[in-house]
Write a protein that binds this ligand. Sequence first.
Ligand SMILES: [Zn+2]
Length: 485
Amino acid sequence: MLTTHAALHRAKFLLWVFAVALIASSAFLLAYGSDAAPSGVTGLAPASQRVAPLAGAAIPNETPIPFAYSPQVAQMIAGVQQSQVYSYTGYLSGKFPLTVGGESFTLKTRNTYYPAYGNKATQYEYEFLQGAGLAVSYQDWYDAYWDVSGRNVIGEIRGATRPNEIVLISAHLDDMPIRAVAPGADDNASGSVGVMMAASRLAGHTFERTIRFVFFTGEEDGYLGSYAYAQQSVARNENIVGVFNMDMLGWDGNNDGLLLLHIRKTTNPAGSAADRAIAEVLTQVVSVYGLNGLAPRIRADGESESDHSSFWDQGIPAVLAIEDDWIYEENPYYHTQSDTIETLNMPFFTNYVKAVVGTAAHLAIPVGSDIGTATPTPTPTITPTPTLVKPSSPALLAPTNGVSVNTRQVALDWSDADRATRYKVQVRRGSTTGDVVDRQKKLTTSQYSTVALKSGRRYFWRVRACNAQGCSVWTAYWNFQVRAP
Ligand SMILES: [Zn+2]
């Protein structure tokens, strides 16, 4: 039993302890807000159990928490079947007929210059998203220079608690070559199937953020559809917190499971970090959900050759998810009529689609998800790219600078560059800052015949050489005048 003096002293001490505890706990509640869901919102995972914040997230200072396994998301992933991935790819690449507008139709091509087919493809996706129960719309676009038009397809699941934070899951639907028969199974029926599977697997679930499933068109013509979409979104002052753009998910000739996630260079630290936050959701999904056949690699190289770049141009975080088209192999059927479903690595492709579904779900944050606090999973180390030296810059050879040519499809020629494995070519109209009217990114030989150009115009062109380490600087521009009958 304690003395009165001691008891009094002790009572004072306990009172002091109690006061400190009280202050501490109210400070904690203030700092981290009540762990409980905001009033009126049910089934919201406690703040401390939500997925890492994205750049545009509305709750600053939200503490990124360990990425956590969710049985709800695991169930969404488990629903991805190879047979379904195969059939959707078969429909889009014309392997077998699909149903659109209630009629059977074989989608032989999805090239921009075959609008009758392009419109069937977009209608098919519209009906697919509608069938999954999403709010669906078209966005029409028109490019004055090329006098071409098209439409994007958008399906939306509105967010329950953060509806103004928007996540895009996108891919382009159009394809190459400019032919009446252009299967485009890998480029880019595969990415489009990624959007379809994510939409159908996430449909029926509730998410904190708004998630939009978007099929762009006009990508092969210069990202025309995504450009129009990004412009419209900025004009509407929308808060896109992240874009996960897929382009070519089906090729893995050497079976190494390598996939690439392209983000902005660290010369743009804020942009690169924001993109990386998206890319790391996929790398975490691969390790936490045991998608062992995949070897994701994040590359802060600013690779801009797809629709994600339309969002980078607007300062919006985005990632390009693609197969290994750069490091150890590339799809030899790229942009040819032989890019058919038979050439795809279906187990790799299906695994990739599973990773896409998990990534989409975690980016949108499932409401009521019983995401537990798993022990932090280490972020996979980014294996350094082999110390290859970049190629030297090629020299332009023909047509001689400044001449006139009497043909509309102009044969461009340049020297072979040391260590080069591919070449990029840009052709601009009228000046070195004019519109890009022809762009090639993966030429394997040092000559190229342009698309049909307009007579009476002067064009400026340049080349750069690339390999796995990167690209040389661009050559200086040369120019020629087209004087064709
Ligand atoms: Zn593509």
